[in-house]
Design a protein around this ligand. Structure first.
Ligand SMILES: Nc1ncnc2c1ncn2[C@@H]1O[C@H](COP(=O)(O)OP(=O)(O)OP(=O)(O)O)[C@@H](O)[C@H]1O
Ligand SMILES: [Mg+2]
Length: 260
């Protein structure tokens, strides 16, 4: 079943088309990767899907509902979560609190309840705490729960971003270069984690430059170049697509990609 369908998406910034008439479909349960050179429009597409920007033209339906012009918070509530290309954590807060914040859109405590600390509030706090610990355990950060986020090594900060996104209980997760800056071991752990997320039923849209990761994990790959979609298909098709090799990969990396 189609979970998200974007049609004719165009985003113009001061005369430059960051995206030009792009169609995208995401099927429930798949891992779809979005690749393309720097400036191709990948993050812009994430920003349209998550409501950061409204497109100049086009439509996006998620679970059969038009989400253009909806606020980011309401889109998160509908079941779309993201991580950012540049890590955006609350560095001074604990690892645990960073995940608890992610759950905010699913909790019900009102201001009055929070001040009076009613038993319902205390019960909800415990539930939120336990769920956050469960998520930290899932991403392998439960031992660091009390650490300040800024004190975590880089690879773990990236995993914490993922945990925070997961805390919103999404159906669709958008991951913007989650392996950027990771060493090979951290990248392998991340691949395993994304696979586990997918096994849990999460649909994943992944932006990634690491070709080994992309070719290994994706059921389908979509390629953007200068804001236009130039290819869409399974990894074996993309790997041999002349247009993709020429526009994006270049002859230098042809062998590297075909070896993946
Ligand atoms: N808010 C903005 N205002 C003006 N131009 C923008 C804005 N956001 C993106 N752009 C431009 O749109 C184009 C696409 O940018 P985008 O960040 O989507 O690329 P990308 O594919 O994610 O690249 P990278 O691989 O470097 O992250 C670029 O030319 C960029 O400079
Ligand atoms: Mg980007």
């Amino acid at each position: 079943m189609t979970l998200l369908e974007g049609k004719n998406l165009t985003m113009i910034f001061g005369g430059l088309a960051a995206l030009d008439s792009v169609d995208i479909t995401i099927e429930e349960g798949e891992i779809l990767s979005l690749i393309g050179p720097n400036g191709a429009g990948k993050t812009t597409l994430f920003n349209l899907i998550t409501g950061v920007y409204s497109p100049t033209r086009g439509s996006i339906c998620f679970k059969q509902k038009e989400i253009i012009n909806m606020k980011p918070y309401d889109i998160t509530k509908m079941g779309i979560a993201r991580t950012f290309q540049n890590i955006r954590l609350f560095g001074e807060m604990s690892v645990l609190d960073n995940v608890i914040i992610g759950q905010h859109c699913r909790t019900r405590t009102g201001v009055v309840g929070a001040i009076l600390r009613t038993s319902a509030v205390k019960k909800e706090e415990k539930k939120v705490h336990d769920r956050a610990m469960e998520i930290l355990n899932f991403v392998g950060l439960d031992n660091e729960a009390a650490e300040k986020a800024k004190n975590l090594p880089y690879g773990k900060q990236r995993r914490l971003e993922l945990a925070r996104a997961l805390a919103t209980e999404p159906d669709l997760m958008l991951l913007d270069e989650p392996a950027a800056g990771m060493n090979p071991q951290e990248t392998n752990e991340l691949i395993e984690l994304i696979g586990k997320l997918n096994d849990m039923g999460k649909t994943v849209l992944l932006i990634e430059h690491d070709m080994k990761l992309v070719m290994g994990i994706s059921q389908r790959i979509m390629v953007l170049d200068y804001g236009k979609k130039i290819a869409d298909g399974p990894p074996e098709k993309i790997r041999n697509d002349e247009k993709v090799i020429k526009a994006y990969l270049g002859d230098r990396t042809r062998k590297e990609v075909q070896a993946c």
